[in-house]
Design a binder for this molecule. Structure first.
Ligand code: FE2
Length: 173
């Protein structure tokens, strides 16, 4: 499997986790794990809204999601691009594949942020009871959360590969 993390065997008596990238940036990878969980929770909310269309819309939920969407996505992207990615690139154990992987992730961030702005407008309209094309909004919602889920799966495969839940919890503590 293509990976940007080269694992090393755990050395007896060594406090290192065995994953060199994790050892170099434990807190940041634990942060990424939590950021993924927050985004997946938002995706679940958006999926519930999509499933509620057109007859069972909870307007309050639409307004709440509209307000949370932009700041959450932009905040996470900003941290990834200004703190996490440079740190991963500075790690001597990073493979050559890391550069193109991070470029792809940044490109997807850009696309998702544009998409999030459109979706915020649509959710605000939905929450205000304005007339909207339900089919188009449903399509937009599904396109967005499916894209975010794919992005997260890619980040987990390429940036968190080999890192166990236990290690992330220890690092994040
Ligand atoms: Fe990302």
């Amino acid at each position: 499997m293509l990976t940007n993390i080269e694992n090393s065997k755990r050395i007896a008596g060594d406090t290192r986790t065995g994953n060199r990238l994790l050892d170099a940036g434990k807190r940041d990878l634990a942060w990424l794990d939590r950021a993924h969980a927050e985004q997946l929770a938002l995706c679940r909310e958006l999926e519930e809204i999509a499933d509620s269309l057109p007859a069972s819309i909870n307007r309050q939920k639409c307004i709440y999601a509209a307000k949370a969407l932009g700041p959450l996505i932009k905040g996470i992207h900003h941290y990834e691009e200004t703190v996490l990615f440079p740190q991963l690139q500075a790690n001597p154990d990073a493979t050559e594949a890391l550069g193109p992987t991070l470029e792809r992730l940044k490109f997807e961030h850009c696309e998702d942020e544009c998409f999030a702005e459109e979706l915020t407008d649509a959710l605000l309209k939905l929450g205000s009871g304005d007339r909207v094309n339900m089919e188009a909004v449903g399509y937009m919602l599904r396109g967005f959360f499916e894209g975010i889920r794919r992005h997260i799966a890619f980040e987990r495969e390429h940036l968190l590969q080999g890192v166990t839940d236990e290690e992330l919890q220890t690092a994040g503590a």
